[in-house]
Design a protein around this ligand. Structure first.
Ligand SMILES: *Cc1c(COP(=O)(O)O)cnc(C)c1O
Length: 369
């Protein structure tokens, strides 16, 4: 592996393949697999990730917004793409690109029915999202009769699936709440099927759902973070491999005398002679100020070096006293050690926030290329 010569987010497709097979191994062979590639495939590169996963045989993709789906279509992705949070404004574009909307409220359903009519669609596949306790997006159980009334005898739309989303699938202390969500989802899906007079496919589980509640896999599961290497649990993290690694180099080193300060607002002052290294990435690249002032550590030639002082927009300074290193050496911000979950925990956040927040300024590169 050549060492990096600029700040780079390295994408490991071998790790992605490993994670896909691991997650699949927890499922029945017939269960369909939807890969969640919203937010640039959790901050990596949606096209590269989706192409690889399409090759591996995933059945469905999901994005949050229409423009994310359009980008995948433009890149040649052919599998169905579910848009989790489509905006009414983009419905025509959604239809033009054969994207499939999640419909979650009577208003959104009415608006989409209009759009389908306007675009002369027949049996356009839609997905009905029900709220079973997350209280974020979703129809309520008592919307079923209205949905059925609106759709019966109408040819424009076809309910492809019924789905819901778990609120605490990673938290075994909330097992009872999750069991209640599963129960309520079954009841709702049963009612919708019965009233519409046909069976749509069903899906409920995200990554932690797959790992903790496989009995509720229904016809399809939706996985995001697990594909990228994290399972919201030490035990599962050990089975998965991080897909992205954020690497950079040392721009410059400084010898700091006792009582000298480093960085803006003189937030760090040295107690003794120290060596610092300045790295070319900062809060504009997605390493927020909360990682500064000794909270987080980066990997310099296998040794952990703390970020000292305030994180700047384009730079951070780390204390490399006692670590053998020089200008131009590679530095790992997160990857294998520390991994993104560990690095995120330095700032009391989670891998999801850290990896989706790596800004578009950072060069994406395939591992081994
Ligand atoms: C983002 C999202 C997922 C993926 O969740 P992970 O925890 O990353 O597996 C699944 N379903 C819905 C509705 C989502 O919004």
């Amino acid at each position: 592996m050549p060492k990096t010569s600029e700040t780079t987010l390295e994408i490991d497709l071998g790790a992605l393949e490993h994670n896909y097979h691991f997650l699949r191994s927890r499922l029945k062979p017939k269960t369909m697999f939807l890969a969640v590639v919203k937010a640039y495939a959790y901050g990596s590169d949606a096209v590269i990730i989706a192409k690889k996963l399409e090759g591996l045989g995933v059945d469905y993709f999901a994005v949050a917004y229409v423009k994310e789906g359009v980008a995948l279509r433009k890149a040649g992705i052919e599998k169905p793409i579910l848009v989790l949070h489509p905006q009414v404004l983009n419905f025509d574009e959604l239809i033009e690109n054969c994207l499939e909307p999640s419909l979650y409220s009577p208003k959104v359903l009415r608006e989409f029915l209009e759009a389908a009519k306007r675009n002369h669609q027949k049996e356009y596949p839609v997905h009905l999202k029900f709220n079973t306790g997350l209280n974020r997006l979703g129809f309520w159980e008592n919307d079923i009769d209205y949905i059925v009334e609106l759709l019966t005898g109408r040819k424009e739309l076809k309910v492809a699936s019924i789905f819901s989303h778990l609120a605490a699938s990673e938290d075994m202390k909330e097992q009872e709440f999750t069991a209640q969500q599963i129960k309520s989802f079954k009841k709702i899906a049963g009612q919708v099927d019965k009233k519409l007079g046909f069976r749509s496919f069903r899906h409920l589980l995200n990554t932690s759902g797959i790992l903790n509640f496989p009995e509720a896999q229904f016809d399809m599961v939706r996985s995001g973070i697990g594909l990228y290497g994290f399972g919201n649990d030490k035990e599962f993290d050990a089975e998965l491999k991080p897909v992205v690694a954020l690497k950079t180099i040392i721009s410059q080193m400084h010898k700091i005398e006792p009582h000298e300060s480093v960085g803006y607002n003189r937030a760090y002052t040295s107690d003794r002679n120290r060596i610092t290294a300045t790295l070319p990435l900062g809060h504009a690249d997605g390493i927020g100020r909360q990682y500064g002032n000794g909270k987080a550590w980066v990997n310099v030639n296998g040794k952990m070096a703390p970020i000292i002082g305030n994180v700047c927009m384009d730079m951070i300074m780390v204390d490399v006293t006692g670590i053998e290193c020089q200008e131009g050496d590679e530095v790992i911000i997160f990857g294998e050690k520390p991994n993104a979950e560990e690095f995120a925990s330095f700032a009391n956040t989670i891998s999801y926030e850290l990896i989706t927040g790596i800004s578009q300024r950072v060069t994406r590169k395939l591992k081994g290329h």
